[in-house]
Design a binder for this molecule. Structure first.
Ligand code: GLY
Ligand code: MN
Ligand code: MN
Length: 432
């Protein structure tokens, strides 16, 4: 629980003064009375390690007279409900187990929050995230204001705690990195199994099942996002998740999948031939994307700008698009006109952590931010060639993406997902 105490203390110290109220995510109905599997709110879990629904973290910043207070509101023990739904900590056990100063039943929020808000200048909440919840916060502020004749003052400012927490979440601590390495290792293994299981005639969902099997077999709770298992032309649909088509000899298979382990995501893409051998045209495009990815990874180091890996990938891709007759004119002209976007229309990566597209700003004061040790990001260039008149037919319907998870270190970087092969020879060898 040490890491959660440290993070709460850091939040409290960044708040300066005021009260932060951080609810976990609600349970979500799927249909009628069936729920989606529960997933906690990332900010809440980052600060608590507490995985139950119906819980709220309250942090009161230290004042001159009192130290900071870490308070958890959670579900009461309930023997009847526990028979149906399973164990609940309840306030008493939650307090001992998770290191809070105070814990209360969540039913006491309406009573206690106005008292905690009294004489506090700032409430840290979300702004524009959950209107119903934000109305409750406003209601508690109004309750304090209604008591002004008894001498209390109401908070006069609402600030978004995500601004503080996004910056904290951007730099991963040792505990987070340990979990992310495990999530990356399980996901890498799942991709290897998927490559070995792929054969002409199988269906995309059969390969998806192989991924899920490896994730769960190693204790990952879920895929971090819906797996993309896209054979042939489906690889050119960036968010293809039907995973329903049959796999054909001569096509490529693009798999973008990663597990979530203890709240942390992995995000890996590999693209390989259904029959185990790249055709010459597939190999041309594949090795171009691989060269772009390597150029981008080489730029992922401390002191470089967030945009340097993207620019490195673009330079390689634009040269290749000209060489292969996909784009016309000079490389500079292709970059300038953004003609490359016909084949490469997304950016080269994103922050990675508890959320697959993780928290953290990409620009500061209008400039791309500087990479720092402890940041984790994906590097994922691609090339997607739809049939078109002015495109050489040999390349039609080839879609390739290669994605790895990268930790910025003080010396450069570490590829967390290196456990899954990506050169043509390595992949063909594994598939043999
Ligand atoms: N799998 C989501 C992404 O690659 O960004
Ligand atoms: Mn990604
Ligand atoms: Mn991905």
């Amino acid at each position: 629980m040490e890491q959660y105490l440290t993070r709460r203390a850091q939040l409290a110290s960044n708040m300066n003064s005021g009260v932060a109220v951080i609810p976990t995510a609600p349970e979500q109905l799927r249909n009628r009375d069936a729920h989606y599997p529960y997933r906690f709110d990332s900010y809440f879990y980052y600060l608590t390690g507490f995985g139950e629904p119906e819980a709220v973290l309250v942090i009161v910043a230290a004042s001159e007279k009192t130290p900071a207070r870490h308070i958890l509101f959670c579900r009461d023990k309930d023997v009847e409900r526990e028979i149906w739904d399973g164990f609940r900590y309840g306030p008493l056990l939650a307090r001992e187990t998770f290191g809070f100063d105070e814990t209360y039943a969540v039913a006491q929020l309406d009573d206690l929050l106005p008292r905690l808000f009294a004489d506090q200048p700032v409430v840290y909440s979300t702004i524009g995230h959950d209107p119903a919840w934000e109305r409750r916060i406003a209601g508690w502020i109004n309750t304090v204001r209604a008591q002004s004749r008894s001498g209390v003052t109401a908070p006069h400012q609402i600030s978004d705690y995500r601004t503080i927490l996004d910056e904290m979440r951007l730099i991963k601590d040792a505990h987070e990195l340990q979990t992310m390495r495990r999530a990356a290792g399980i996901s890498a293994q799942a991709h290897c199994v998927a490559m070995q299981a792929t054969k002409p005639g199988k269906f995309e969902y059969e390969i998806e099942a192989e991924l899920l099997h490896v994730f769960r077999r190693h204790g990952a709770q879920a895929p971090a996002y819906t797996s993309i298992v896209a054979g042939g032309a489906n690889a050119c649909i960036l968010h293809y998740i039907d995973n329903s088509a049959q796999l054909n000899a001569g096509d490529l298979l693009l798999i973008d999948a990663g597990c979530e382990l203890d709240g942390y995501a992995a995000d890996i893409t590999r693209t390989f031939p259904v029959n185990g051998r790249y055709s010459p045209a597939q190999k041309d495009i594949y090795e171009l994307v691989l060269a772009a990815q390597q150029a981008a990874i080489d730029q992922a180091r401390p002191g470089n700008s967030w945009n340097d890996p993207h620019q490195a990938a673009l330079n390689v891709l634009a040269q290749g698009f000209v060489d292969f007759g996909l784009c016309q004119g000079s490389v500079d002209a292709v970059l300038e006109s953004e003609d490359y976007k016909r084949f490469y229309m997304h950016r080269t990566g994103h922050w990675l952590g508890m959320d697959v597209h993780d928290a953290g700003e990409y620009k500061q004061h209008g400039e791309w931010r500087t990479l720092q040790a402890g940041m984790t990001l994906t590097v994922e260039p691609g090339c997607y060639i739809r049939p078109a008149e002015n495109v050489p037919q040999a390349f039609w319907n080839i879609g390739v993406r290669i994605e790895d998870d990268v930790l910025i270190t003080s010396e450069g970087n570490e590829v967390l997902t290196a456990g899954v092969p990506k050169t043509v020879n390595e992949i063909e060898e594994l598939m043999r």
